[in-house]
Ligand binder design. Structure first.
Ligand SMILES: C[S@@+](CC[C@H](N)C(=O)[O-])C[C@H]1O[C@@H](n2cnc3c(N)ncnc32)[C@H](O)[C@@H]1O
Length: 219
């Protein structure tokens, strides 16, 4: 199948659908990261890395940074390692188990501080309650002034920003999985505020997606 042929919706991280979505979105995210990731040596954590297609694609473009992949699901780790070998990206650490709903799993990186954390396409297939874990985790692991980037399709103040997002949401909801569906930026931001992360920017991305940029204040 050519990467531009849309496979049937399937949120499994190693599915053809997720690979198709990643192939479409990774260049626009890369361009944003070229502007926003630190220019000096630093550490970057990816949450919910899935197949590892993003982190291994990005890493070679940022020789000054080290990248840590993570996911709740250890079944994806072999794929992350294989993509890393293919990319020959030496600045990617081996994947670690990190479940956003289980703070005990954050202990392997506890005490380490990251300059940036990013997470791509989790909210449409996860409960909104995951925002609380994500913000708590990011607040504990980001250095002062560090950034959390969240990429995906979202609702804004309870409304769809485009008819294609509305159709996508209806399709997700039609599967009957309670946690599937577009989430509202305001609800994610409520969790961020609880952990004192500030929404700095809501960046429009191609195909009706956003990158939400939250910042750990300078303390
Ligand atoms: C749709 S996939 C997206 C994967 C990848 N970010 C991408 O864009 O290709 C969603 C990912 O979220 C991960 N995930 C779901 N719940 C999680 C949690 N509580 N903590 C960490 N990762 C989680 C899943 O294991 C899966 O890899």
């Amino acid at each position: 199948m050519s990467p531009l042929e849309k496979p049937p919706l399937d949120p499994h991280p190693l599915s053809p659908y997720v690979a198709w979505a990643g192939a479409l979105n990774r260049n626009s995210i890369l361009e944003l990261f070229k502007e926003r990731l630190p220019k000096n040596p630093g550490e970057v954590l990816e949450l919910a890395s899935g197949s590892g297609m993003h982190i291994n694609y990005f890493a070679n473009h940022f020789q000054q940074l080290n990248f840590q992949p993570s996911d709740q699901n250890e079944e994806v780790f072999e794929n992350i390692r294989q993509l890393n070998q293919k990319a020959e990206a030496k600045n990617v650490y081996p994947p670690i188990k990190l479940d956003l709903t289980q703070p005990s799993t954050w202990s392997s990186v506890a005490g380490k501080k990251f300059d940036a954390i990013f997470c791509i396409n989790i909210f449409q297939v996860a409960p909104i309650s995951i925002a609380d874990g994500m913000m708590k985790c990011a607040a504990s692991l980001l250095r002062n002034g560090g950034s959390l980037f969240i990429y995906g399709p979202f609702k804004v103040d309870g409304k769809y920003t485009t008819t294609s997002n509305e159709e996508f949401d209806k399709k997700l909801i039609s599967y009957g999985v309670p946690e599937w569906g577009l989430k509202d930026i305001a609800d994610i931001t409520l969790s961020a505020q609880k952990y004192r992360l500030n929404l700095k920017e809501k960046i429009d991305m191609p195909s009706n997606n956003f990158t939400l940029l939250y910042e750990q204040p300078q303390r």
